[in-house]
Write a protein that binds this ligand. Sequence first.
Ligand code: 5GP
Length: 178
Amino acid sequence: MIQQGVIGPVYLDGKAIAARVTEMGREITQDYEGGNLLLLSVLKGTVFFMADLARAVSLPLEMDYVAISSYQQDHDVPGASNIQITKDAGMPLFDKDVLVVEDIIDTGLTLYYILRFLAAKQPRSLEVCTLLDRPYRRLVDLDVRYRGFTVPDTYFVGYGFDYRQLHRNLPHLAELNV
Ligand code: 5GP
């Protein structure tokens, strides 16, 4: 009831998301066999994606979390966003195959900052897995190894994605009605 109004049409239902996450998990399982996989998710938009993806990977793996705060002055100007790590990984990364788990990559500025921060810790490998991507919005060059869906320039809520910290708990991805 309280979610009526701002929640628009369903973009991806829970079943479609689950099917794609299962495929991504299979791919990761093949690619990281014999490795030292650490899924490192960026809070909080990835909470459900991380939980589902981790269970779709049939390998021993570690899970950890980083948190950021981002104060964006102008979304379209490189360097205009002020990003800070508010929670660091809780372990050394030097011997790990780190797979950064993201909710969505838009300009790429957030992830660019996070990758630079993590690369300094000298992991054995460092790759990116994102549920959603808007590659046509990119302002910086990034290699994205695993991508769930390429999406239009619409604001999404649900399945971990918030609007003003609400609606993360919707089981599907919806467009925002504002
Ligand atoms: P970037 O730094 O790539 O421009 O922005 C990425 C971040 O912006 C994401 O991690 C996410 O926090 C936020 N973001 C971008 N698009 C959306 C969206 O459609 N919905 C929500 N809830 N957050 C978004």
